[in-house]
Design a protein around this ligand. Sequence first.
Ligand SMILES: [Zn+2]
Length: 305
Amino acid sequence: MVSFRCIHHTILVLVLIIATSAVAQDVTAVRANSIEIAEDVHFLPGLSCNVVVVTGPEGVLIIDNGSSRNREILKEEIAKLVSGPIRIAINTHFHFDHVGANQALGVDGTMIIAHDHARRRMMTEWQIPETLGVSYPVIPPYPDVALPTLTFDRTLTVHFNGHKIEVIHFPNAHSDADVAVFVRDRNVLHTGDLYLSNGFPILDSYNGGTIDGLISALDGLIDLIDENTKVVAGHGPLSNREGLRKYRQMLGVGRDRIATLIKEGKTLEETVEADPLAGLYSQGQSWLPPKLFIWTVYVDLARRR
Ligand SMILES: [Zn+2]
């Protein structure tokens, strides 16, 4: 794991991740070998985010689709599983490392499903405000063909290939546009970035993400599934309900320690320095530097005081 000596580095890395996904791209080498985790349900790791592919007589449905530079590998991997069109693509949220193939899919006529806010975020230019002297790139709007064509607010059920696929919005969690996707009859859940099975997350606190919303989303997911559910996180290895429980516990303790430091009047730098995540993970066990979690939770909680 890379260690960061000052907050400027931390912020710069955060921006690279949420604004361009460049770091996510570099950290995760492309290794797209699919694994069938339930009948006709395939887990495709390594395309900058985890992808789930549901196959059947009506065609293919995919949940998330990786970064744009992996779009050809995505199509090749799916073609190895089954021939026929990708009929439906569900976006768990709007971040580049999850929707990068949207444009290629849209050109092919795939129906793209996402939360109302995901489409809205993708239609407009956005930029993280300058912080501590560091400025950030502008994220341009997506072309029309890449935009979700079916959007919803709370829940949506997709009946496809004989499956009942539940798409559920969790407000103000990792961002304000997150959905989890539950293939109920196959007992497979894709959490998007509500859950990272490889360490601490970051909140997109500039696009509606909040730590309390994220924790309540995790509670909702834990209640939704059972001990046999295959849980596909936004990033990281295949997991299960126990993994989700441990993660929720880790984030809850970290959140409370950061909140205490804010109440004591600590600055952002002092809070990072105080190491509020000590003992919650083993060094080297988090894909993203845990300081990013501290920084984004601090921004979220401090503005709500
Ligand atoms: Zn994300």
